[in-house]
Design a protein around this ligand. Sequence first.
Ligand code: BGC
Length: 459
Amino acid sequence: MHVVMIAATAALGGLLFGYDTGVISGALLFLREAFHLSSLMLGVVTSIALAGAAGGAAIAGRLADRFGRRPTLLATAGVFVVGAIVSALAASLMQLLAGRLLVGLGIGGASMLTPLYLAEIAPARERGALVSFNQLAVTLGILVSYLIGYGFAASGAWRWMLGLGAVPGVILIAGMLILPETPRWLAGHGHADRARAALRRLRGRSADIEAEVKQLRADLRSDVQTLPQSRLGHAAARLPLIVGIGLAVFQQVTGINTVIYFAPVIFQASGLSSASAAILATAGIGVVNVVMTLVAIWLVDRLGRRALLLTGLAGMGLSLCLLALGFLLGSGSVLGWLTAASLAAYVGFFAIGLGPVFWLLISEIFPLAIRARGMSAATIANWLANLVVALTFLDLVDLLGRPGVFFLYAALTFGALLFARALVPETKGLSLEAVEALWLERASQKGRPLGPAKLLEQR
Ligand code: BGC
């Protein structure tokens, strides 16, 4: 099986995450009626999955180190499938909440394990594209969920909306049963022969894998010497942790999911009063998200991570300012379409930069000894920040008005731009081991992590 096929199969993990992100807002309207939910309980139904996802990401990192990436991803998909079925069949609010919690645990685990798995099987020069298959699957999951939500809207078949999520979960399980464990995990756990066999499967019979095997061994040795207790608090881990957690929080507090969750409401408020215009515009947003992610996949190993991230952030910031201005000027059908255009531009710039590049970078910047746990930490931060934004958005709109909220997200986006400019290293084309060497070398020079400027200067 070719590495691209293997990556495409594993990337289904992203589909679970995207589908659930998109489907819940459509389903909520019907859940409200079916279970007589107050606004508070509606919030709980949404947030319990986000909180569960943070928990899933916390558990998955440890399990992935101990038992391997592959079995942990399999177990995660299993939990998700059970959660989707429990939610779909729920006869009481408690059962619905239990199902949503399981779904959350599953998507939280999958959201970190998928990029981790992809990064560890990919050859360095294609790693950006292959890891970003994950984000492509997330965006496809969101788009499919919009379409399914639309299809079932008239009948109100919320059980189908929630239950259909089990389908990609089952396909992922079937696929993972035949995929190999990652060579890096195998080599790090004393299974040199199996690591070699896995590399052979991934690179093809004719490829020369000896150089890669040698490199893996040398790196594992240096890892053991430098990070003897695999501590996240070690100096070599500190700077990647700051970058990973910082980007995680910025990916959410710059507002992407307010658009993903509330796009139809935003469109209606801006003057696209008919429901069908609002739905059409929302589907358009889903398509822009997918298409621009494809563009990112094409560019990320050519232009590099920094170029996409910085351009994407600048574009997001400007689009948010336009959006806020649109709201400031009032509503009307021309302004409604202006709003739609600036929202589409905002999503497009997210999809070309911060969307895929965040998940890619956190799969690349941590030394192997702490990779799974470092990714866990960043992923937990991402889901918690997602939760905070979901819980505060509507209150913030009441407090600051729509223009105020989107100016706030714009300001946070410019903050993210400064952060990324100062701290994010370029990892294009480097082997994961070379990325690791980059941090280790810097950290060991003076026994403490170097400042960002120094670090980049030395790249
Ligand atoms: C983010 C999600 C978001 C999605 C939108 C992902 O990278 O982590 O929170 O819903 O992109 O495409």
